[in-house]
Design a protein around this ligand. Structure first.
Ligand SMILES: Cc1cc2nc3c(=O)[nH]c(=O)nc-3n(C[C@H](O)[C@H](O)[C@H](O)COP(=O)(O)OP(=O)(O)OC[C@H]3O[C@@H](n4cnc5c(N)ncnc54)[C@H](O)[C@@H]3O)c2cc1C
Length: 336
């Protein structure tokens, strides 16, 4: 049997962005419902770093706190996957878990994050977020001074080399599928003291979630402690498209185009966090959620005001209408 819920605002996704939006909305006494599939991007990592005041907190613990904070102000948070969306501003209809739950709402906040599309190489997925990394700010400190391999996808790998080289003297660039560096880049790599390995990589050698080595095609093996990869950042855009929007391709994937307060091209639909800005870390995703929550509340407050004014005028207009009809009828009765 399916259930139905109604809310002022439905927030799809309960990561840092969605929960921050929910807190901002609920603290303004908006009726807000968060539907969350419970798979934040950073779930594989031991800890979230660069989160001021909560440095090093495990990602799921951080979100459990966020859920409790949102609920403490009256937000409802339900576990589930939003599988369908439709409707228009003031009357959106969302379907959860294939129809187990139906939700109606005046506004929609999409905080559905993104998918990290990893290089298809044995060993990468097993160690992802633990010793296969992408972000120097998230995990760089933890691998400082260690043997770091950068697995290139394209010329962007040079930027990763530069940032990780600050953290360790032992950085090796594996060109794998990337084009050869040009003359200037070779000089830069030499100046940084970075080794460059040109043959294609066959696999990462891992033990559990710990990478031990990079093995090249042909069998040559380089012992390492961490591997840096460059995933494609592909925002989850299916619901946005179902609501009439269009995904925006980026050089590294896709995103949902929005202004700084999350307004999209679809009226009544805002977007927060990584779905709009793939480079936003936890604190930035939460900040965008707060801004979006505040903007949605402002929009609803303006709509509520317009309705209140209409309703205030309505009794007078109704009476005036009645007087006019009476006059017309009276005139007709008098044959005029
Ligand atoms: C391995 C790794 C480690 C990281 N470490 C750090 C770090 O140390 N510090 C840092 O600041 N940043 C870190 N980040 C970045 C961080 O993960 C993001 O900044 C953050 O998760 C973005 O928050 P978000 O709310 O936009 O998306 P997410 O956290 O990904 O949350 C999106 C939520 O929406 C849910 N969802 C998606 N689709 C639906 C749907 N249709 N219906 C219902 N729910 C849905 C998902 O299940 C998920 O729970 C790391 C990223 C990775 C990949």
């Amino acid at each position: 049997m399916s259930a139905a819920l109604r809310a002022d605002v439905v927030v799809v996704g309960g990561g840092a962005a969605g929960l921050a939006a929910a807190v901002a909305l609920a603290r303004s006494r908006r009726d807000v419902l968060v539907v969350d599939a419970g798979q934040p991007r950073n779930a594989p990592a031991d800890a979230a770093h660069n989160v001021l005041g909560r440095e090093g907190t495990p990602p799921l613990e951080l979100l459990a706190r966020g859920r409790a904070e949102a609920r403490s102000y009256g937000a409802r948070v339900v576990d589930g996957l939003v599988t369908g969306a439709g409707g228009t501003v003031d009357d959106f209809a969302l379907e959860v878990d294939g129809g187990a739950l139906h939700v109606r709402a005046r506004r929609v906040v999409l905080a559905t994050g993104l998918v990290d599309e990893l290089p298809e190489l044995p060993g990468v997925r097993e160690a992802w977020g633990r010793s296969v990394l992408h972000c120097p700010f998230c995990h760089g400190w933890e691998v400082r001074g260690k043997r770091i391999a950068v697995l290139a996808r394209d010329a962007g790998a040079l930027h990763q080399v530069l940032l990780f080289r600050r953290l360790s003297d032992d950085v090796t660039l594996f060109l794998h599928e990337a084009p050869e560096p040009d003359e200037e880049q070779w000089e830069q790599l030499a100046a940084l003291g970075v080794r460059v390995v040109t043959p294609r990589v066959e696999r990462l050698v891992v033990e559990g979630a710990q990478v031990r080595a990079v093995r090249l095609e042909g069998g040559r093996t380089f012992p390492v402690d961490a591997v840096v990869v460059a995933p494609r950042f592909v925002a989850r855009t299916a619901l946005y498209e179902a609501l009439g929007g269009e995904a925006t391709p980026t050089p590294a994937g896709a995103r949902i185009e929005a202004d700084e307060r999350g307004a999209t091209a679809v009226p009544g639909v805002r977007v927060a966090g990584n779905a709009a800005e793939p480079t936003a870390m936890v604190a930035a995703a939460a900040a965008s959620g707060v801004l979006v929550g505040a903007a949605v509340h402002g929009e609803l407050a303006a709509a509520d005001l317009a309705r209140a004014v209409r309703e205030r005028r309505a009794p007078f207009s109704a009476a005036a209408e009645a007087r006019v009809s009476a006059l017309v009828l009276g005139d007709r009765r008098h044959g005029l």
